[in-house]
Design a protein around this ligand. Structure first.
Ligand code: ZN
Length: 99
């Protein structure tokens, strides 16, 4: 069960600084987020290259999810590099090739 690391079209793999962990929420999560301003626990986290927006897979690892759940202290450095597109990504349009 050893698969080679998946890379995007520009060659970035998970763990690269340009590959961000983007939390994806359930519908209820979106409601909490937009109506109450609460940061819910993500349903899963998608690894996405910030250059080409290609998804490199997702995880439901509780440790990763906990990292993406509202923790103001941990987000100080993450804010600079993560999510220039904010919450524009709708949950359904995740795999658009754009070519
Ligand atoms: Zn890329």
């Amino acid at each position: 069960m050893s698969r080679p690391p998946r890379t995007c079209r520009c060659g970035h793999a998970k763990g690269h600084e340009l590959v961000a962990e983007e939390p994806e929420y359930t519908l209820w999560g979106w409601i909490l987020l937009s109506m109450f301003g609460i940061t819910p626990k993500p349903d899963h986290v998608v690894y996405r290259c910030q250059m080409c927006r290609q998804s490199l897979g997702s995880t439901r690892d509780p440790k990763v999810l906990a990292r993406r759940t509202g923790s103001p202290k941990a987000s100080s450095s993450a804010n600079a590099s993560t999510a220039p597109a904010k919450t524009e990504t709708s949950p359904s349009s995740e795999e658009s090739p754009r070519t």
